[in-house]
Write a protein that binds this ligand. Structure first.
Ligand code: AHM
Ligand code: MG
Length: 339
């Protein structure tokens, strides 16, 4: 789609819908509800420092409401908008153990899984955090949705994306026809197209990994990271290290600048044998975004993230995601073809 200045995210979503004559507008409505939730969370994130000060004095915020932790606030905000929007039949949140029903009579044909505030350990120190979402079409036929509707592989997502609360608030999403990025203009409360048809650079500038875990790494991770740090200016090495500790922020930077993010299995993860990151709320939606932008997302044994059939809501998965050529090369290290 040609770049048009001043186009709002709602208009872009509507234009995409027009490509499908059979579309009913429900997905458009659902995405618009998520956008409203994102704006509310963005406003609260911007108030976070102030809310904290007010919270210490009176335990109430400027509206006279109880001061809530931001991740609780984000979770509640999305739930409340979703449960009566009429477009979904069930939802799941990284913050809650079980499936979350919608209000009786409001069942729609989609499902949403979300990480309300990814990177929440960074909230108190003004580092970028974000909301990640994943949308599937329901497959069950009863009135209420079920876990089965949520436990579908990533390749069946109909939409995915995130809203990052950084130096500005940016929404990035895909409905399967490319990746589009919008920046919130807080003075008018609208997201405007700022990153049309995002393509991730084929080759990385950055690698993102928690290097504090070096002594827990298996050989594949160690060998690959040693490789990206070797000096070889002709092939662009060494890569620079960037690791924020908010997946959504590390991912967003790498999407725009070119980069590879790794959270593989290691010896430390005895209680989390599949690594740390969650398939439904983090890996699958970002995998759809990266593939739509021309990149790749795989596990540390070379499986395509989007092909993994989920077996539980909070399933974890090793994740290697980013620029295509770099993930191709990492795959060679991780699947044993290169060391
Ligand atoms: P969270 O959902 O509890 O915030 O954990 C997920 C976060 C990711 O955003 C980030 O990539 C990762 O945890 C960082 O983990 P570590 O501190 O082990 O490097
Ligand atoms: Mg998270």
């Amino acid at each position: 789609m040609a770049k048009r200045k001043g186009i709002t995210v709602s208009r872009q979503i509507m234009d995409s819908q027009l490509l499908y004559p059979e579309a009913t507008g429900e997905l458009t409505g659902l995405l618009n509800e998520l956008i409203v939730a994102g704006k509310i969370i963005s406003a609260e994130v911007n108030m976070a420092g102030l809310a904290d000060i007010l919270g210490q004095s009176g335990k109430t915020n400027i509206q006279g409401e109880d001061v809530q932790k931001l991740d609780v606030f984000a979770n509640q905000t999305i739930k409340r908008r979703m449960e009566q929007c009429g477009y979904i039949c069930v939802m799941a949140s990284e913050e809650e153990e079980g499936i979350i029903p919608v209000l009786d009579g409001y069942e729609g044909k989609y499902t949403v899984a979300f990480d309300p505030l990814d990177g929440s350990s960074n909230i108190d120190v003004n580092v970028s955090i974000g909301t990640i979402f994943s949308v599937h079409r329901r497959i069950s036929t009863g009135k209420q949705g079920t876990a089965e509707d949520l436990l579908q592989k990533g390749s069946r997502q109909v939409a995915a994306g995130y809203i990052i609360y950084g130096s500005s608030t940016v929404m990035v999403y895909t409905t399967g026809d490319g990746v589009h990025g919008f920046t919130l203009d807080p003075s008018v409360g609208e997201f405007f197209l700022s990153h049309p048809d995002i393509k991730i650079p084929e080759v990385s500038q950055y690698y993102s990994v928690n290097e504090a875990y070096t002594n827990y790494w298996f050989d594949a991770t160690r060998n690959y990271i040693d490789y990206v740090k070797e000096i070889d200016p002709d092939s662009g090495r060494p890569l620079s290290l960037r690791y924020i500790g908010s997946l959504v922020a590390d991912f967003h930077r790498n999407l725009i600048k070119g980069g590879i993010f790794l959270y593989a299995r290691d010896r430390k993860s005895t209680d989390k044998p599949e690594g740390k990151l969650r398939l439904l709320y983090e890996a699958a939606p970002l995998a759809m975004v990266v593939e739509q932008a021309g990149g790749r997302a795989i596990t540390d044994d070379g499986r395509r993230i989007l092909d993994i059939e989920p077996t539980s809501l909070h399933q974890r998965v090793p994740l290697i995601i980013g620029s295509k050529k770099d993930v191709d090369l990492a795959e060679e290290f991780f699947t044993g073809d290169k060391s």
